[in-house]
Design a binder for this molecule. Structure first.
Ligand code: AMP
Ligand code: GLY
Length: 419
């Protein structure tokens, strides 16, 4: 019998997941909530926000979902998975308790310490004076982090002690991230290249999927303010399949074992942000979900059926499933709206011309209105080129970009360019 699958979220990540799920012959109906102008072409969009737990649970039941895939961290933090499981649905994604590996930096650090996983030296503070003293003892450079979820903006890398003092006051006195600022983590600054590693986890077993690099700053050469991500590529030239397998064994598996031991087994996508330091890979942070925009690059490269893997993760488990090595490369370029990331201008019409073979476009901030495609968010589209090498994929991605236009469109020209 055909299955009805619901994907929760509205970004490029969710469009990419829906695109892959759609290819499985067992999937008969597909919905995305709330979705975007791209998902509406391949699925039914349900008008429910990803943080509306009660509304989503009702919508999943009324629509007749047999399986739900939860994309965004905000939904996980609200306990979306617990609620959907509570009405008897199989769900891809961790419970609220397991998602603390992302939603509380202090919890993540404690789990890493217990699991013996390498990460920056750190200490947590709620008291400004104590934090200041520790910062002075440690000396610059150092990193100040709000403990809770701060929409990806809670981290300040401080080159001087003055910067660190300001970041501490911003959090502990001014509470610039609200509740998330009540506690801060002070940690040593690490150096090296950054890589995102993604694995599927069924509570016990770890199946690594891929490694990718993303670009957070809005401007070329990593300048300007942070964004949700301006592009990504896979595989990183400095991180081999061997490194990926090692990360699964030495970093992901011990953390998964520790979470199970603590009574909150992790099921879903585990995302380790690593820094490849002179002393080997160390964890910068964990996320409890797929990355955005890394997922847009990884999904078209997979040689395995993603739906089968997601469903197995949530139901029978992943024991015996091999590490699905991919032979393809992909480069994803984000097309952003005017004035993104500060105050993006929305509502401009998007024109998409003929795309070269090997290019796929995943939508993020788009909507359809009277047959027209309009911008509806800061990151509008992710243009993904695939090929047998990163440079071939890059060439195609930028050819694809040339076929697209909207007023105020901007993007980085240096995604996946050199080391
Ligand atoms: P996070 O939100 O934890 O991913 O941090 C955002 C960014 O801050 C990371 O991608 C790193 O570039 C940087 N960062 C975080 N922690 C450290 C650290 N201990 N040393 C150096 N850079 C860091
Ligand atoms: N690529 C960054 C994130 O998904 O958080």
């Amino acid at each position: 019998m055909g299955m009805s699958v619901l994907v929760v979220g509205s970004g490029g990540r969710e469009h990419a997941l829906a695109w892959a799920i759609r290819r499985n012959a067992r999937v008969e109906r597909l919905a995305v909530a709330p979705g975007n102008g791209g998902t509406s072409e391949i699925a039914e969009n349900l008008p429910v926000q990803p943080t509306d737990v009660a509304g989503m649970t009702r919508a999943a039941q009324e629509w007749g979902a047999d399986f739900v895939v939860v994309g965004p961290d905000a939904a996980l933090g609200e306990g979306m998975v617990d609620a959907l499981q509570g009405v008897g649905l199989p769900v891809f994604g961790p419970t609220q308790a397991a998602a603390r590996i992302e939603t509380s930096k202090q919890f993540a650090k404690e789990v890493m310490a217990a699991a013996g996983v390498p990460t920056a030296r750190w200490k947590a503070f709620e008291d400004l004076e104590a934090a200041r003293r520790y910062a002075r003892d440690m000396g610059a450079p150092l990193v100040v982090k709000a403990d809770g979820l701060a929409a990806g903006k809670g981290v300040t890398v401080c080159e001087t002690l003055e910067e660190a003092e300001r970041a501490l006051e911003d959090n502990l006195t001014r509470r610039i991230f609200g509740e998330a600022s009540r506690r801060v983590i002070l940690e040593e600054k690490m150096t090296g290249r950054e890589v995102s590693v993604f694995a599927l986890v069924d509570g016990s077993n770890v199946v690594p999927l891929a490694a990718a690099c993303d670009y957070k700053r809005v401007g070329e050469g990593d300048t300007g303010p942070n964004t949700g991500g301006m592009g990504a590529y896979t595989p990183p030239e400095f991180f081999s399949q061997f490194d990926l397998a090692n990360t699964a064994t030495a970093i992901l598996q011990p953390v998964v074992d520790e979470l199970r031991r603590r009574g909150s087994p992790f099921r879903g996508a585990l995302y380790a942000g690593l820094m490849v330091t002179p002393d080997g890979p160390k964890v910068v942070e964990f996320n409890a979900r797929f990355g955005d925009p890394e997922t847009e690059a990884i999904v078209p490269c997979l040689d395995v059926d993603l739906f089968d893997l997601l469903y197995a993760t949530a139901t029978d488990g992943l024991a015996g499933i091999r590490f699905p090595q991919s032979t393809k490369a992909a480069v994803s370029v984000a097309l952003a709206a005017e004035r993104y990331p500060s105050t993006p201008v929305l509502g401009d019409e998007i024109a998409i011309g003929e795309l070269p073979r090997g290019v796929v476009v995943f939508h993020a901030g788009t909507r359809r209105e009277h047959g027209r495609l309009l911008t509806d968010g800061g990151r509008v589209l992710h243009v993904v080129g695939t090929g047998s090498s990163v440079s071939a994929a890059r060439e195609l991605a930028y050819q694809g970009v040339q076929a697209i236009s909207f007023r105020g469109m901007h993007y980085r020209r240096d995604i996946a360019l050199g080391g």
